[in-house]
Design a binder for this molecule. Structure first.
Ligand code: G16
Ligand code: MG
Length: 223
């Protein structure tokens, strides 16, 4: 029986990718002389802060140039810059349709949690005015592996005290869909159907996400 929903944050609830991009662009240029572009930014989606930095250094052919301490300084500089950018976020930054979707699922008696790789997820959820919409937020610093590993999605279901078979996971990245599937949860992809082809159900955008359609697809698969 369907009982709860596990949400990715960036690309599902709000668009933080543009702020991550702006912050990394600044730090990569200033600290390492690396000019990143949109296609590098695409690869950073869903990656942890440190994995993002490693990806950028590799792109600039500087993966062996810096000590762990230097890398930690760069990552923390990026975060300081990022935190300044997200300070201006407001409930207006919730992606289209998601506020209504959250309202509908609560009215129907479901519970929800957040499975985001971001250590800043609680701050962002607060800025968006959505703190009471979620019954839990996974702490990514406690995880052994990032997406596509299922761990973060399993923890998010545990926070709700539901079994993986009782929750739906929503994601905009293919690594996230792989993680949801590996956790044994029903996967909902938001975005391009060729990229998210492994999802159990796909909506082209957040504005299209529909509770009734999810319930129907979930029940069809489980009956
Ligand atoms: C998000 C972003 C990633 C970012 C990661 C860590 O993940 O997609 O680009 O690197 O969080 O963020 P922070 O530096 O704030 O800890 P998700 O899982 O919400 O898509
Ligand atoms: Mg995402």
């Amino acid at each position: 029986m369907l009982k709860g929903f596990v949400f990715d944050l960036d690309g599902v609830i709000t668009d933080t990718a543009r702020y991550h991009y702006e912050a990394w662009k600044h730090v990569a240029q200033e600290e390492a002389g690396i000019t990143i572009n949109e296609s590098v930014n695409e690869q950073l989606k869903g990656l942890s802060r440190m994995d993002s930095l490693e990806t950028i250094l590799k792109f600039g052919h500087k993966e062996n140039r810096y000590t762990d301490t230097e890398k930690a300084v760069m990552a923390s500089e990026k975060n300081d810059y990022y935190l300044k950018l997200i300070k201006n976020m407001t409930p207006k930054d919730i992606l289209p349709g998601m506020k209504d979707f959250l309202k509908a699922l609560h009215e129907a008696g479901y519970r929800a949690s957040i499975a985001s790789a971001s250590k800043n997820a609680p701050t962002i959820i607060d800025r968006l005015g959505l703190t009471t919409s979620f019954d839990g937020i996974v702490d990514p610093s406690l995880l052994k592996k990032g997406k596509p590993d299922p761990e973060i999605f399993e923890r998010a279901a545990e926070l709700l005290q539901f079994d993986n078979s009782e929750v739906v996971g929503l994601e905009d990245a293919s690594a996230g869909i792989a993680g949801i599937n590996a956790a044994g949860q029903f996967s909902v992809g938001i975005g391009d159907k060729t990229i998210l082809k492994d999802a159990d159900l796909i909506f082209p955008s957040t504005a299209d996400v529909d509770l009734k359609a999810i319930e129907k697809a979930f029940n069809d698969q489980n009956n």
